[in-house]
Each structure stands twice: as structure tokens, then as C-alpha cells.
Write a protein that binds this ligand. Structure first.
Ligand code: CUV
Ligand code: SF4
Length: 637
């Protein structure tokens, strides 16, 4: 075993593949990180600006010259503008995904699209109730059409009233707090700053506008607009994605699957779906599992078609269909290197451009499908919702046709998987609890469970893969803290065996007893990145039951291996919702004392949530427990 490989990943399957990559001289993302060293210090601190062609400008972090950009922008302005833009990009990715779900639901409701259908009428009713859409004497498509209209209005409406999803889903206490803060900010600064989002597109465009050359230079108002955009995402775009996808594809229920590269099978046609939007992968899975396609694969000598997931599309498929999981984002190159993948089918987000060229070293068809995410050297098969069945069939056929080209001599699949329970939607958690949050609140009040930490986010090649995810998760459950979460964290936890019933033995006595009684693992997979909205809804339900605000609850958020701008948006809406949130690596803000202070201190007094940075899992777990104990003491429990 190469020492280098072991430094790069905590996952034994990844280590095996990294050894193979080294032997075969296949370049990986880890190699490219090395070639980038040393990385730019200004960029890491957030103090470089490329907003106009008088720059690029940079600010000396030690207070030496240059202290200002050519236009006079300070480090605080530059950092705040850059961060606001990160939030805008993150919000737009989640929310554009939500828009697709809304447009699809509309098309299904009107009968224009017959490839999809309304699957979960119970959820349809629940969402209708929440949005105050009349259901009496109305058909499902009529109700769905109204829901889709309300969702679409959240994107495009132009008046200054708060957008409907946020208004209807947000805890009333939080809603009022946001209104009060808007007033308070105006009183203390004389400047108009808004927190309640008017519209998703509007808040994002607002950031693009105010960060244009020579516009907003005030770190505070830039951050407040960042907060507003993040709320438009968490209590808007992401929430719309989750809720409407549940209606279209079914609300997740508890199921068991396998996770890690060992889910690939040398004797089968292997298809990996990767990306974020389930509209494509739902159809690819459906087609791949059809008898017609399985037979076609068998005709070519394979045992059948084995379809597995990766990243958040993988989570969507795992949560709703129990599809096995090949890995998180750092596994995407490694999966192709097994030589056993006939096709990797991708939609949007978190797809390394390197995958196209790497696939060309194998027989693997790397298939892009979205008009928003095409990659040179990839095979593009344009996906369209209105011809979903036909296109999915074409994709699966392309994968089958690649099977005879596979070089069996090149196949190497690490024989490693873990069994993982998934499917913990809020609805499913409530069902497990007997229909109400009361029993959960009960065990928290008694101290059997001290609190809940929600972990999200990615793998980052700068952090040893999965190590932080695993260690932090273990240290928290040891302390009787329930861990829930989403995204590539969830996959890391699944691969490490933290999401099966055996993991109960790793939990502290209290948490263990609760999990044994409920028959659940101590670590719960709540889905993909957009499903972070499920955590907000759960937090809101807990707070509502106790008649307190979310910031009063013993809840903490964390993104320990984050890399994307989406994670910045998620972290910001967690904080805005009142949840103290841990980040590692540090975001590019440390070059601005002002922005750092706003986000780690000042914001606490306003919103109850705040960011904190901890480098190691031990220190992070310690700090999280302290926060939880502090909140418990304040609640008098
Ligand atoms: Ni959306 S954002 S890497 S956690 S999918 Fe994984 Fe998933 Fe990307 Fe980060
Ligand atoms: Fe430099 Fe100002 Fe232009 Fe940014 S906006 S590049 S700080 S001159």
C-alpha cells in the first residue's frame, strides 16, 4: 500500500484505487492539487478582486501597501462582495434545480407531460395544506397545478412582499424576527436592508447588481443581502426542489442499500448516475431495471444491468429507490478507473471536467445530458423532460452497447461495501416516532439525547477524504448527540458503516437506547444537498412544538469537508435560520476582519446563528457539545 494513497483518503476502497492510479499513471484530482501548489494566499483570504479591468487587485493581509484596490475598495468590501457572489451562485444552483421541478410538475399537472406522473398524493395534499391551496372537490392535477404556480411565482414575482414558500413554511417566530431585524437595521444604520426574500431570481440578481463595479461597498449590507439570498434558497428554491420532487417521485421511506465501489459488479453492465437532478436519473433507473433492457444486456453476455449512484443524484436515488451508492464526489474518477463502468450519466453540478478525458482511457461512455452542463470530449445526449422515456432508453442502450468493448483485463473493483439505511425524510422520521416530534423532544428534554447536529457538504481534496466526516460523526454520537445530514457527508458516513444498526454500538448509552428502541441507526441520511431543506423543516417542527425559535434549540450545523459555493449558501441559510454552523476548511473571508466579525460574532445577536471554524474533528465535536449544553441550559433542560 502506498503511503501517499493512505494520506489521501480514509476510505480503503479509495486507497486501493489510488494505488492502481499510481501504478497505471492515471492522473487524479489529488495529483492536480499538488501541481497547483503553492496556491494563491490572496485568494484564500478572499482579498483578490477581478470585478473590473483596472484590476486584478489584491490587498496585503499584513496592513502593508497595497491597502486598497485601484478603485479604493478595502479588504472588507472585496471580501464581502466575493462572499455575496458565492452565496448567489450557490443559491442559484439549488434554486434553478427547484425551478426545473416546478416546471415539470406544472407540465404533468396540465397533461402536457405524460412521461412523469404525480406519485405521492399524500405529500401533494400536505404541501397544498401548507400553502393554503384548496383541496376539496378538486382533482390531483388541479391541486398540483396550483402548487406549481405558487412555486414558480417564488422565482419570478416582482412586488416587494415576501415570497409565498418562505412565508408559509418559515416558523412564524422566525418570520417575525426577520421583519424586526429589517426595522432594527434601518433604525440603527438609516439604510434599508431586507432579510425576507421577495423572489429567488430577484435576490440573486440583486447580489449580481450590487457587486458590480462601484455599487455596494458596505460589508454589512452586502452580507445582509447574502443572507436574504440564502433564505430564498433554503426556505425557497431548495425547499421547492425537495417538496415537488417528493410529489413527483415519492417521499423517501426507510430502505437499506450498499455503499462504496464494491457495488460495481464485474459481470454486469454498470451504469453510474451522477449529478443532482433526479428527473433524469429516475428515468434512467426505471429503464435500466426494465425487463426489456435487462434482456438486451444479457444478450451481450452480461448478467444484466447494475445501476448505481454517485453524489447527490445518487442520494436522490438511494433515498427514494434504494439504489446502491458507488461513492461521494472524490470517488467519481476512481469509479471510472475500475474499468468496469459502461456509462457514467451526469446532469448538473459537481461533475469534474476531468471525467471526460479519463473516460476516454477506458471503454466508459461519459454522457452529459443537460444544456447547462456540457463538457468537451464527453458524449452528449440531450435530455428533455417531455421525451424522458425515449431519451433514457437511448442512454441505457448506449451503455449496453459499450459492454462488449470492455477490457476485462483492466477491470479492478475493490471488494468493499457497507450496508446503509437511508430514506429519513421528515415524514419518515415522524412515522418512526409515532406521528409526532413529541417523543424526540422528550428524550432531548430528559438529556438521553443531548442535541442534534446536521452535517452537510462535500469532499474537498484538501482534506483527507471522509476522515473529518467520519471522525466528527463518531465523536458526536459517542456524546449522545444525534447526527443527521445530507450530501457527500451522508455517503461518507454510509461507506464507513455509520448508517446501519451495528453503528448503534458506537453511540453513547442514551442515544444507543433510543436508536435501539426505534430500530434506527444513530446517524440519519436525509438526502441530497437540496434536502438540507428537510433539516430546516424538521428544526421548524421541533421549535413550533416547544413554542420557541429555532435558535433556542440544541441544534448545530456543520460542513467539515465542504468545497462548493452551494455549501456557502447552505451554511448561510443554516445560520440565518438560527443554527450555529461549523465550517472547515475556512471560507475565503479571513482577509477581512469586518466580514469575519459580522459572520462569527455580530450575526449571533441578530439571528441567533453564527459561523465558527475548527480545524480538527475533536475540537469541533467539543465545541458543538458546548454549544448544545449552552442552549440546553438556556432552555432550562
Ligand atoms: Ni450536492 S455540493 S460535492 S455535497 S454533490 Fe457532493 Fe452534494 Fe456536490 Fe458537495
Ligand atoms: Fe480593483 Fe476595484 Fe476593479 Fe476590484 S473593482 S478589480 S478592487 S479596481
Amino acid at each position: 500500500m502506498s503511503e501517499l494513497s493512505r494520506q489521501r483518503s480514509a476510505d480503503p476502497a479509495a486507497v486501493e484505487m489510488l494505488n492502481l492510479a499510481e501504478k497505471e499513471q492515471l492522473e487524479t484530482i489529488w495529483d492536480r492539487l499538488e501541481k497547483q501548489q503553492p496556491q494563491c494566499g490572496y485568494g484564500q483570504l478572499g482579498t483578490c478582486c477581478r470585478l473590473c479591468t483596472m484590476g486584478p487587485c489584491r490587498i496585503d493581509p499584513m496592513g502593508e501597501e497595497p491597502t486598497h484596490g485601484v478603485c479604493g475598495a478595502s479588504a472588507d468590501t472585496i471580501v464581502a462582495r466575493n462572499l455575496a457572489r458565492m452565496i448567489a451562485v450557490g443559491s442559484s444552483s439549488h434554486s434553478d434545480h427547484g425551478r426545473s421541478a416546478a416546471l415539470l410538475l406544472k407540465a404533468v399537472a396540465s397533461g402536457e407531460n405524460t412521461d412523469y406522473r404525480i406519485t405521492d398524493v399524500e405529500k401533494l395534499q400536505a404541501v397544498a395544506t401548507r400553502l393554503e391551496v384548496t383541496t376539496e372537490n378538486r382533482s390531483y392535477p388541479e391541486i398540483a397545478s396550483d402548487i406549481a404556480d405558487i412555486a414558480l411565482s417564488c422565482f419570478g414575482k416582482q412586488d416587494d412582499t415576501p415570497m409565498p414558500f418562505t412565508e408559509k413554511y418559515l416558523l412564524p417566530k422566525r418570520y417575525q424576527l426577520f421583519k424586526d431585524i429589517e426595522e432594527q437595521l434601518f433604525k440603527t444604520t438609516g439604510k434599508k436592508m431586507g432579510i425576507l426574500p421577495r423572489g429567488i431570481d430577484r435576490e440573486i440578481v440583486d447580489i449580481l447588481h450590487r457587486t458590480h463595479f462601484g455599487t455596494d461597498a458596505d460589508p454589512l449590507s452586502l452580507m445582509v443581502q447574502g443572507i436574504r439570498s440564502s433564505i430564498a434558497d433554503g426556505w425557497g428554491g431548495s425547499l421547492i426542489a425537495t417538496e415537488l420532487q417528493d410529489i413527483l417521485y415519492g417521499t423517501p421511506t426507510v430502505n437499506t442499500a450498499k455503499a462504496n465501489l464494491g457495488v460495481l459488479d464485474a459481470e454486469w453492465v454498470n451504469i453510474i448516475v451522477h449529478g443532482h437532478e433526479p428527473s433524469l436519473s429516475e428515468k434512467v433507473v426505471e429503464m435500466a431495471l426494465s425487463e426489456e433492457m435487462q434482456q438486451a444486456a444479457r444478450k451481450l453476455g452480461a448478467k444484466g444491468i447494475n445501476i448505481v449512484g454517485l453524489c447527490c443524484t445518487g442520494n436522490e436515488m438511494l433515498m427514494r429507490q434504494g439504489v446502491d451508492m458507488a461513492g461521494n464526489v472524490l470517488h467519481s474518477e476512481l469509479a471510472i478507473m475500475t474499468g468496469a463502468v459502461e456509462a457514467m450519466v451526469v446532469d448538473v453540478q459537481c461533475i469534474y471536467p476531468s471525467l471526460a478525458n479519463l473516460s476516454n482511457c477506458f471503454h466508459t461512455k461519459f454522457i452529459t445530458t443537460s444544456e447547462q452542463a456540457t463538457i468537451p470530449e464527453a458524449l452528449h445526449i440531450q435530455f428533455e423532460d417531455e421525451h424522458a422515456d425515449e431519451i433514457a432508453r437511448r442512454i441505457v442502450n448506449t451503455a449496453i452497447a459499450a459492454y462488449p468493448e470492455r477490457d476485462q483485463g483492466k477491470v479492478y473493483i475493490p471488494n468493499i461495501t457497507s450496508s446503509a439505511i437511508a430514506g429519513f425524510s421528515v415524514e419518515e422520521i415522524l412515522k418512526t416516532l409515532g406521528g409526532s416530534v413529541a417523543p424526540l423532544i422528550d428524550v432531548i428534554a430528559k438529556g438521553t439525547i443531548k442535541g442534534v447536529v446536521g452535517i452537510v457538504g462535500c469532499n474537498n481534496v484538501k482534506v483527507k477524504q471522509d476522515l473529518y466526516h467520519q471522525e466528527l460523526t463518531k465523536k458526536l454520537i459517542e456524546r449522545d448527540i444525534l447526527v443527521i445530514g445530507t450530501g457527500c457527508w451522508a455517503i461518507g458516513a454510509a461507506k464507513a458503516g455509520l448508517m446501519n444498526l451495528d453503528a448503534q454500538s458506537l453511540a453513547g448509552e442514551g442515544l444507543k437506547a433510543v436508536c435501539q428502541q426505534l430500530g434506527i441507526p444513530p446517524v440519519l441520511n436525509m438526502g441530497s444537498c437540496v434536502d438540507c431543506s428537510r433539516m430546516l423543516v424538521l428544526a421548524g417542527a421541533l421549535a413550533a412544538h416547544l413554542d420557541v425559535d429555532i435558535c433556542d434549540l440544541p441544534l448545530v450545523g456543520s460542513a467539515p469537508e465542504w468545497m462548493t459555493e452551494k455549501a456557502v449558501a447552505i451554511g448561510t441559510y443554516f445560520v440565518s435560520s438560527g443554527i450555529p454552523t461549523h465550517l472547515w476548511p475556512a471560507p475565503p473571508i479571513l482577509g477581512s476582519p469586518e466580514v469575519t466579525k459580522i459572520l462569527t460574532e455580530d450575526i449571533k445577536g441578530l439571528l441567533g446563528g453564527y459561523f465558527f471554524i475548527e480545524e480538527g474533528p475533536q475540537a469541533a465535536a467539543q465545541r458543538m457539545e458546548e454549544i448544545i449544553l449552552e442552549k440546553r441550559a438556556a432552555l432550562g433542560i
